[in-house]
Design a protein around this ligand. Structure first.
Ligand code: GDP
Ligand code: MG
Length: 371
């Protein structure tokens, strides 16, 4: 069984991915940053850094107990891209998301966006759709990844034109690269007097983000989240990147999705924001989300409209959970309801045992120094 990736292991030990790669090399193994490592390798490498490893996480093995059939290529249809905005603090992530939300949510849609579902869909001038995760930043992205989930197709990297490539810019670049997610650069605050996009482009190239005019493959748009300048161009570039990726899904299958956020509402019980990644979720469908069983009671979109069904790349607010799942938990509709209940029970059992054992042992998530 393979467990975590090189970059996850490096994160857990608080060292650089490159150091782990070098260590593996010194142990005679050529590995890449996204490669998953088996238990023996993890132990060997961790030992080099003075860590002792204990494996108690059986959840990942259980994860495969729900049979998820491969899609027949003939059933696949294009789906819209899912975008996360990342970048250094104050470079304008929230402003950019706000501008796009206000300017690009189709005017005809009942009262614009009326509720928070963790993401929103916009329609570009060319009539194509893009889904934006509306929590910017690296934490959501890494939290998802540490749970083995990935919700993002493309990262928009925001850099302020009147500032410079900063530590969190570099962090965002590293996260995107580790996850293998392409980046489109938005050089923001172009309306400001000190804007110097060429400086930003040249600094980015020192970190391996090379824009097209420098002969690289990262697309770049010069924008202002205040005036809206360049934002249509940015969205078109995101769509070009998405086209290159040939993002597809099969709407005619049982749904798969990911929990973006969850909370407990006094009246409704657990309410979770879900992004549907494949298939179509329908009212009445039984599902398992992480260790939680449920049945779709109601779904609403960001406009507060009730949905009977939600297809790929659609963000929804969902009710009908027996308990509360966590961000990053995967939602799956199994063929049989009975299987879903059993799996939810097994997972709950495992999580209970894990929390008991964690009091006595070190776990993979809780590596601790021997010295
Ligand atoms: P975040 O920390 O990356 O989310 O950045 P914010 O969106 O909160 O923006 C930080 C500050 O920069 C705020 O005062 C914004 O009003 C300002 N700001 C963001 N985008 C622009 C822009 O395009 N032009 C100008 N002049 N200011 C901007
Ligand atoms: Mg912000």
């Amino acid at each position: 069984t393979e467990f975590i990736t090189v970059s996850d292991l490096a994160d857990l030990m608080g060292v650089k991915s490159n150091d782990v790669i070098t260590t593996c090399m010194s142990l005679g193994m050529m590995v890449s940053i996204n490669q998953r490592l088996d238990a023996a390798t993890i132990e060997l490498v961790a030992e080099e850094y003075g860590y002792d490893v204990e494996f108690v996480d059986a959840e990942e093995m259980i994860e495969d107990e729900i049979e998820v059939e491969e899609d027949d290529p003939e059933d696949l249809e294009p789906r819209s891209p899912i975008i996360t905005v990342m970048g250094h603090v104050d470079h304008g992530k929230t402003s950019l998301l706000d501008y796009i939300r206000k300017a690009k949510v189709a005017a005809g849609e009942a009262g614009g966006i009326t509720q928070h579902v963790g993401a929103y869909e916009v329609e570009t001038d060319s009539g194509k759709k893009i889904t934006f995760l509306d929590t910017p930043g690296h934490e959501a992205f890494t939290a998802m990844r540490s749970r083995g989930a990935q919700a993002t197709d493309i990262v928009i990297l925001v850099v302020a034109a009147d500032d410079a490539v900063m530590p969190q810019t570099i962090e965002a670049i590293n996260h995107s690269k580790a996850a293998g997610v392409p980046m489109v650069v938005a050089i923001n605050k172009m309306d400001k007097a000190g804007a110097n996009p060429d400086k930003i482009k040249s600094q980015l190239s020192e970190h391996g983000v090379i824009v097209e005019e420098y002969g690289g493959k990262n697309q770049v748009a010069e924008v202002s989240a205040h005036t809206g300048e360049g934002i249509d161009e940015l969205l078109e570039k995101v769509l070009i990147e998405a086209e290159l990726m040939e993002l597809q899904a099969n709407p005619d299958r049982l749904a798969q999705g990911i929990v973006l956020e969850s909370r407990i509402d006094k009246g409704k019980g657990t309410v979770a924001n879900i992004l549907i990644q494949n298939g179509t979720l329908k009212v009445g469908d039984p599902f398992v989300a992480g260790p939680v069983f449920g049945r779709v009671r109601a779904m609403e979109n960001e406009h507060g409209e009730r949905l009977e069904a939600a297809g790929p790349s659609t963000p929804i607010q969902l009710t009908g959970f027996d308990d509360t799942p966590q961000a990053g938990d995967r939602l799956i509709v199994p063929k049989e309801e009975k299987a879903a209940k059993e799996i939810a029970n097994q997972r709950q059992q495992i999580r209970r045992e894990q929390s008991l054992r964690q009091t006595k042992h070190l776990t993979l998530d809780d590596l601790s120094r021997r010295m």
